[in-house]
Design a protein around this ligand. Structure first.
Ligand code: NAD
Length: 249
């Protein structure tokens, strides 16, 4: 993979205001891609946009929720108007609303499914329509080790992320005829704002179960996404690739 392996490409990264999404947006832009930045946090994407523009890459910002169809329609109308093509979609935005089953509310269930699963459906449907006409595309979906192992307190989250795996495998088959690849990345325990609220003793227990002996960084995940975004991965589709330090094999 060369330093400029994504030169001339346009990538859209959802939920890239912080954490893993931010590292992905920076990494893809460092590899030469122009980036459409989406997040609900206007200030965060504004700052990231300035950082990326300073490296010479072009950015366009969209502030809105991928869980709302009208926001996603706006996001892709911006992509069409500003760039006319889309090569890479990274469905990164995701939330947790943890609770044990017997305490979980309908709202906690619905919010997580709406953003983590339905949002991926909305964005992927729009992106595939653009990529089909180009006969080229890379779609990368963030799932989770929790979807593979199960995780008490996360029935909504694991169901949404397992749904993303099913969606990935089916779309890899549906879209292959257009030379669009669809893969999922399953991070393990990654240090981001999503995981920083976990109490320290629990964090230490999780880390002690990771064979490589450390939590992952957002950059660890972004490096894998860069590979899946590049032409080096052109014969890889329908796969769920773990990035978890050996936590689950
Ligand atoms: P994070 O909470 O640190 O960041 C998520 C970003 O998504 C935030 O900037 C947030 O504003 C944005 N966002 C939330 N709802 C949105 C919406 N409706 N529309 C657009 N943007 C929205 O999370 P993270 O740890 O960086 O996780 C990124 C992805 O990786 C998620 O899909 C998550 O489920 C997955 N993941 C994370 C871990 C981990 O250990 N951190 C492990 C496995 C999978």
């Amino acid at each position: 993979m060369t330093n400029n392996c994504l030169s001339g490409k346009t990538a859209l990264v959802t939920g890239c205001g912080r954490g893993i999404g931010k590292a992905i947006a920076m990494t893809l832009s460092n590899a030469g891609a122009d980036i459409i930045l989406n997040d609900i946090d206007k200030e965060a994407v504004g700052l990231l946009s300035e950082q990326i523009n300073a490296t010479g890459r072009r950015t366009v910002i969209h502030t809105g929720s991928i869980g709302l169809k009208k926001d996603v329609e706006k996001l892709f109308s911006i992509a069409r108007k500003e760039f006319h093509h889309l090569d890479i979609l990274v469905n990164n935005a995701g939330i947790t609303r943890d609770n044990m089953l017997l305490k979980m509310t309908d709202q906690e269930w619905d919010q997580v499914i709406d953003i983590n699963l339905k949002g991926v459906f909305y964005c992927t449907r729009q992106a595939a329509a653009m990529m089909k006409d180009q006969t080229y595309g890379r779609i990368i979906n963030l799932t989770s080790v929790s979807a593979l192992m199960g995780n008490p307190g996360q029935v909504n989250y694991t169901a949404s992320k397992a749904g993303v795996i099913g969606l990935t495998k089916t779309l890899a088959r549906e879209l292959a005829r257009y030379q669009i690849t669809v893969n999922a990345v399953a991070p393990g325990f990654i240090e981001t704002p999503m995981t920083e609220t976990i109490p320290d003793p629990i964090k230490q227990t999780i880390i002690s179960g990771i064979p490589l002996g450390r939590a992952g960084s957002p950059q660890d995940v972004a490096n894998l996404v860069r590979f899946l975004s590049s032409d080096d991965s052109s014969y890889v589709t329908g796969q769920v690739i773990s990035c978890n330090g050996g936590l689950y094999t």
